[in-house]
Design a binder for this molecule. Structure first.
Ligand SMILES: NC(=O)c1ccc[n+]([C@@H]2O[C@H](COP(=O)([O-])OP(=O)(O)OC[C@H]3O[C@@H](n4cnc5c(N)ncnc54)[C@H](OP(=O)(O)O)[C@@H]3O)[C@@H](O)[C@H]2O)c1
Length: 210
C-alpha cells in the first residue's frame, strides 16, 4: 500500500518506519523535505521524503500527525491530494503545556480535520498511546487497544489492518464523532504518564462472552 505521512515527527516518523518495514511504500511529507533529519528518516526507512502536498498525493492512506496548532495549515498545504484518501488523524488538540484539550464536548480534532479536508475519508486512530510504544504495543502479555473512529466502514477496515499489523488489539469505537471520547482518553494517558508518572501504560478494552 502507498502511505503518505504529514508530520513526520514522533508519531508520523514511527508509523512510517514501521509500515515501510512491513513492505508498504512510504513518503514522508515535510515543510522542509531537504533537511538532514528528513533525509535520514527516509534513508533509514527505505522510504522517500517530499513536500506535504507530495505526501498527500502519493498515499492511498495518509497519516496526519502534526501538532494541533499546525494542523489546519498542514491540511491546506496538502490540498486536493487528500481527496478520496483514507486520512488517519492521529492528532490530539492539546493546549500548551499539556493543560488540557482545546476542543472537546461539542466537537473534536477529528471532526475539525474532516471539516478542513471534506473530501477525505477521516479515521481517528493512534492517538491514545505514546508513539514510543507503536513498535511493541504489548503490555504484560496483552496487546494495547487501538481505538478507531470513523463514519466509513471500508476506511476503518484499512486502518484496522494497518493497526493489527503492528500488534494492536483493534477496537471499532464508533463514528467519527466518538473521537470526542478517544481524545479525552488520550488526555488521560498523557496526564497519567507525564503528570502522575504512572507509565509505561496503555488502555485495553476487556471483553467477556455474553
Ligand atoms: N508524541 C506522541 O507520543 C503522540 C501520541 C499520539 C498522538 N500524538 C499527537 O500526534 C500529533 C503529532 O505529535 P508528535 O509528537 O509526532 O509531534 P512532533 O514530533 O512535533 O512532529 C510533528 C511534525 O509535524 C510537522 N509540522 C509541524 N507543523 C506543521 C505544519 N504547520 N504543517 C505541516 N507539518 C507541520 C513537523 O515536521 P516538519 O517540520 O518536517 O514539517 C513535525 O516533525 C500531535 O497532535 C500529538 O498530540 C502524539
Amino acid at each position: 500500500m502507498k502511505i503518505g505521512v504529514i508530520g513526520a515527527g514522533n508519531v508520523g516518523g514511527t508509523l512510517g518506519r514501521l509500515w515501510a518495514a512491513r513492505g508498504h511504500q512510504v513518503l514522508f511529507g515535510s515543510r522542509d523535505p531537504g533537511q538532514e533529519r528528513m533525509q535520514e528518516l527516509a534513508r533509514g526507512a527505505g522510504a522517500q521524503a517530499g513536500t506535504v502536498a507530495e505526501a498527500a498525493s502519493f498515499g492511498e492512506v495518509v497519516v496526519l500527525a502534526t501538532p494541533w496548532h499546525g494542523t489546519q495549515e498542514a491540511i491546506a498545504a496538502a490540498g486536493s491530494g487528500l481527496n478520496g484518501k483514507v486520512l488517519i488523524d492521529a492528532t490530539n488538540p492539546l493546549l500548551p503545556n499539556l493543560a488540557g484539550l482545546a476542543v472537546g464536548t461539542t466537537t473534536s480534532a477529528a471532526e475539525e480535520v474532516a471539516g478542513w479536508a471534506p473530501r477525505a475519508r477521516v479515521v481517528k486512530a493512534f492517538n491514545t498511546i505514546g508513539a514510543g510504544y507503536f513498535a511493541n504495543p504489548t503490555f504484560d502479555g496483552q496487546a494495547a487497544s487501538l481505538f478507531i473512529c470513523g463514519d466509513e466502514t471500508a476506511a476503518k477496515e484499512v486502518v484496522a489492518g494497518l493497526g493489527a499489523a503492528l500488534g494492536f488489539d483493534v477496537v471499532d469505537a464508533g463514528p467519527l464523532k466518538n473521537a470526542r471520547l478517544t481524545e479525552q482518553l488520550a488526555m488521560l494517558w498523557i496526564d497519567m504518564t507525564y503528570l502522575r508518572q504512572a507509565g509505561p501504560i496503555a488502555f485495553r478494552l476487556l471483553r467477556r462472552p455474553h
